[in-house]
Structure formats: structure tokens, C-alpha cells
Design a protein around this ligand. Structure first.
Ligand SMILES: [Zn+2]
Length: 257
């Protein structure tokens, strides 16, 4: 089964790399074969603060508590432009993919030995951002206690979207963990849109990619969906591992004389 998954993954990547659209795409720095366009907005920060190896990382799905109230997330190009049926009734397609992606990141991160956990408010319509159950409130407390809080998002399709990239938290100086995610996915300016609700509370926002085109088609393709979510999660976890300080080396056993 593992062997088969690996073969499928190789197929997926080779298909993505030789797709005709890829041949006309801009340089790799602004376009990614898996996640599509990266943010082209200017970088005005560098993350230099070291982050201890055992820092607890809290991963949360964006828009998990704001369906039907302000900001449910993007419907995605398939639903919004082509009239496809939503992936799940009652929630935006963005939330559907945010949930699956955040869960995969936590599962893989725990397998890699990271201190990483998941939070989903499960109540999908919370009227106030400062309600203690929201991802913003739980993320704010986690960040204030020294942890790293990360919300997973997919960006809007068409001209409303910017592309993949990290929006850094505003409660502290950018860290090496922020830097590592931005190296992998791209970046947004520090005060993007005057400071969003999450970053103002200490929550980093990772835009995986615009929910359109090849990325959305591969996510919606039942034959590729789980592999794509997994491939994205692997990249996030690898970036997290690279951004943390290395764990202290195990003590070397001394031989008795
Ligand atoms: Zn979003």
C-alpha cells in the first residue's frame, strides 16, 4: 500500500510538472507546481528570533467558527465560478480543505515527534471574534504563553486572491519558524491589510494557495485528493522542523576504563 502511494505521488508530481499550464507559468519563485501562484507582495520582515525545539505548535483551521457570520472563507473557483456543488453542505469549500489540511499537518507532525496539536471550535457560527471558543482567542492565549499558533487557509480565487504565503503574527518579532514557512510558501507584508484579526492576536496565517485552477482540481479529484492534502502537509511539517532549533544531542555514552 505504501509502495503504491509512493508511486501515485511520483505520478502526481510528474503530471504537475509536465502539465501544459506549467510550461507557460512564471519562474518557480512565483509559481509552485503543487500550490500555484505565490504571493508577489514585497517582503518587509526577516524572521531571526530562534524558537526552542520543544515549542508547542497549535494548528487550527481558518474560518472554523465564522460560517454564516462575517468571513466564511472562499467558496473556491469550482463553486463560486463554475456552479459545482460545495464539498460539504453548510460550510465553505475553504473550510473543508482547511480542516483536512490542518488535521493532516498535526498527524504528520506528531509522527515526526513535534509538540503539535489541533484545535477546532466545532461550533461553526460564533458571532464575536473574542468569544473564548474562537480560534483567534485560543490562538491568542497559546501565543501569549510562548507557543506558536498557526491558522491554515486557502486564498480566494481570481483577482481577489494574492497567492500562497505566510502572514506573520504581530505580537512579537518574526521568528525563524515564520522565516522557514515563508521560505517554503512565500510571504505577505507584515501589516497586510492593516493587520488582520488573527495576526493582531498573535496567530500566524498560512495561505496554502489560491483555491482555483490546478490546485483545486487536484484537491477535488477523488483519485488525487488525499495525496495532495498529504503532500501539502509534508511540506508544512518539514518547514516547521527546519524552523525550530535542533533538539539537544543525546549524551554520548562514555566507555568504562
Ligand atoms: Zn481564509
Amino acid at each position: 500500500m505504501r509502495q503504491r502511494s509512493r508511486a501515485l505521488l511520483a505520478l502526481l508530481f510528474s503530471a504537475a510538472l509536465v502539465a501544459p499550464a506549467a510550461a507557460q507559468a512564471p519562474a518557480p519563485s512565483s509559481w509552485d507546481p503543487l500550490t500555484g501562484p505565490r504571493s508577489r507582495l514585497a517582503r518587509d520582515w526577516v524572521g531571526t528570533q530562534p524558537v526552542p525545539h520543544d515549542t508547542e505548535i497549535l494548528v487550527m483551521p481558518g474560518h472554523a467558527d465564522s460560517q454564516g457570520v462575517a468571513g466564511p472563507g472562499t467558496s473556491g473557483e469550482a463553486v463560486g465560478r463554475r456552479g459545482a456543488r460545495p464539498m460539504q453542505p453548510g460550510i465553505s469549500d475553504e473550510l473543508h480543505w482547511n480542516l483536512l489540511t490542518a488535521q493532516a499537518i498535526v498527524r504528520l507532525g506528531q509522527e515526526r515527534g513535534l509538540r503539535i496539536r489541533y484545535y477546532d471550535p466545532e461550533v461553526r457560527n460564533i458571532a464575536h471574534g473574542d468569544d473564548p471558543r474562537t480560534t483567534w482567542s485560543v490562538g491568542r492565549m497559546h501565543a501569549a504563553a510562548g507557543g506558536y499558533a498557526l491558522e491554515i487557509h486557502y486564498d480566494a480565487y481570481g483577482p481577489d486572491g494574492v497567492g500562497s504565503g505566510l502572514i506573520v503574527p504581530l505580537n512579537r518579532e518574526p521568528s525563524r519558524l515564520d522565516e522557514s514557512l515563508a521560505q517554503e510558501f512565500g510571504n505577505y507584508p507584515r501589516n497586510f491589510r492593516g493587520g488582520l484579526g488573527g495576526p493582531r492576536r498573535g496567530v500566524a496565517i498560512l495561505e496554502i494557495g489560491k483555491l482555483e485552477g490546478q490546485l483545486e482540481r487536484s484537491l477535488r479529484d477523488p483519485a488525487r485528493s488525499a495525496l495532495v492534502v498529504n503532500a501539502i502537509a509534508v511540506r508544512v511539517v518539514q518547514a516547521l522542523v527546519r524552523g525550530l532549533e535542533p533538539p539537544p544531542a543525546a549524551p554520548v555514552a562514555t566507555l568504562a576504563p
